[in-house]
Design a protein around this ligand. Sequence first.
Ligand SMILES: [Zn+2]
Length: 122
Amino acid sequence: MIAHCKKELPYEACGLLSGKNGVAETIWKMKNVERSPVSFAMDTTQLQQTLKQIQQNKEALTGIYHSHPTGIAYPSSRDIEYAHYPEAAYIIISLANQKPVVKGFRIINRKVIPLMIQLLHD
Ligand SMILES: [Zn+2]
């Protein structure tokens, strides 16, 4: 996940995590169609296909990650506005400092709730 985010610099990277019982097992790298250093948008077709595959794998969407190449690990107002998956953890990876900072949130009705997350793999 962090490697993917670093690879996409200077642009924001984005992707999905899926798994069972709140444990993310699978990482799905997604295309940031905006190719922007301050925002991201997933391709709708790629998103639908990936969600279908997750279902076929009998997994659930557990997380949606994206990077902030120069910003802090907290959802931007735009992130909050476009957060349509209340069941998923929104993972934000800040690459503003040498050591990446990874934080998770639940975003429900524009409310941001910090989550305890544990990284088992980078
Ligand atoms: Zn963001």
